[in-house]
Design a protein around this ligand. Sequence first.
Ligand code: PMV
Length: 360
Amino acid sequence: MIAATDFIPSKYSQTIESGNFQWSAPSNIALVKYWGKKDNQIPANPSVSFTLNTCKTITKLAFAKKINTGNFSFDLLFEGKPKEEFKPKIQKFLERIEIYMPFLKDYHFTIDTENTFPHSSGIASSASGMAALAMNLMSVEKALNPAMTDDYFYQKASLLARLGSGSACRSVKGSVVVWGNQANIEGSSDLFGVEYPYAIHDNFKQFQDTILLVDKGEKQVSSTVGHDLMHNHPFAERRFAQAHENLDTLIPIFESGNLEEFIKVVESEALTLHAMMMTSMPYFILMKPNTLQIINAIWKFRNETKTPVCFTLDAGANVHVLYPKSSQEKVLQFIKDELVGYCQNGQYICDEIGIGAIRN
Ligand code: PMV
């Protein structure tokens, strides 16, 4: 079994003065949800997600050798302009990954980042952002150690991304990614996300995710606080066991393409995630009235038209509408006719399943 210590390098074969890289990494949407963690961003239960395609972060990383004074040195730009507010998160990330990247204090970094989705859309950029940064840092390490294998490169990129934001570890690869130890999924690990290793039916190829922007405001409760409330949560142990069961249930569903069964697991997972929030102490609700309006409209439409469309939710009020490519026309018409009115300023984003991070 691979251990975290396997990713601590001994010595690099090359020295390098300066350089720059650019990577883009997409967001992802979990089908079985990660909610609750142990130390070092080790998940309390495994999760599986579809990697997205359109919603992504594009990050340029420039680096130049400096004298190691025992501090990290970096500038952070968002859309080309300095963004001081983002710096503490990056500083913390660098501290967490330093043990795996002993060269970090030998360079000054300029991190220039932008998202393809609108700022403050309520779409979390932490998954795509941390994944894009992790990919760039791995490119620097690969320059120092060109003998590095691809497996090591991607596993370590995911491990680093995980330390930035748990779900970010699922944004390195596509198109279906598992994170967390699951006995029946070979190669699965608590340390990094892996490509789902078994058969996936054509029904899931080009699967669509239309994100309805219900509420673009700041969340009242952060994911960090939410994860933490799973400690001593009265239903935690049962919930963690259920996530394992649901992941096992999805294995034959991915193979057969049975969308009816797929929908049951996915919608139940979304509602369970929010049920955990509502039953923690203190309790909280991230759904908004329009979230429920949309869910009810989807159920009605599905019932009446037999279209295999369903919803899932992140830790927020926005609704991800999931459906196969073959139902695209029908569902988009339904969204325009009946759901747009529930979106803030009528905004929604059309995305689909994607292949993971790309070097630009
Ligand atoms: O990666 P974090 O710490 O922001 O956690 C996000 C967790 C959910 O989005 C709610 C579920 C998931 O598995 O992505």
